[in-house]
Design a protein around this ligand. Sequence first.
Ligand SMILES: Nc1ncnc2c1ncn2[C@@H]1O[C@H](COP(=O)(O)OP(=O)(O)OP(=O)(O)O)[C@@H](O)[C@H]1O
Ligand SMILES: [Mg+2]
Length: 201
Amino acid sequence: MLAIGLTGGIGCGKSTVAERFAELGVSIIDTDQIAHQLTSAGQPALAAIANQFGTDFLLPDGNLNRPLMRHTIFASPEAKKALEAILHPLIRAEVRRRIALAQSPYVIVAVPLLLESGAYREIVQRVLVVDCSEAQQVERVMARNGLDEAEVRAIMAHQLSRQERLRQADDIIDNYRNHASLGPQVEQLHQRYLTLANAQG
Ligand SMILES: Nc1ncnc2c1ncn2[C@@H]1O[C@H](COP(=O)(O)OP(=O)(O)OP(=O)(O)O)[C@@H](O)[C@H]1O
Ligand SMILES: [Mg+2]
């Protein structure tokens, strides 16, 4: 199964682009969504999290105390590493499982930090980067999340630079114009990926 890794800086338009591919019938595997699912009530990852961090991190209804976890990993790089050590292997296993089950000619695996982690190189065959300017990232995320500019820039500082992302891209979608400009670009890549998927058998 041909798996295309979809990535890009915060607010560049990954989710918007994924939605366009989904409209064409392509299966989308979203690692943010998987992470959320793995940390909902009753999931085995939560027992591991409670073990590592303490039962304070679980709410009475059995869900993860997300605000507490957000604060904790924001304040402590070690805590962030410990959480990732629990979740990342589980997320990748779920990605592999979904790729194996997918019914479409190829799949899109959306991973915000695909190029930062390196762990997806053996899962995806190509990297598709959604690109826009840094000023647009700031503007779009401020509008979407109600953050101020410094908060958005702080998140961007933890991600690869735009230039480095583009350097590692096999394919690029320009998302620095309007929404309508995405359609033809997605269509064109879709045709290319169908051809590649066919050739791969
Ligand atoms: N071409 C565009 N013009 C204007 N706004 C856009 C454009 N593309 C996306 N947006 C808006 O910018 C915001 C960020 O887009 P989107 O959520 O798709 O980015 P993302 O890369 O998935 O972000 P994140 O990294 O936070 O998951 C959204 O509110 C979206 O509607
Ligand atoms: Mg998104």
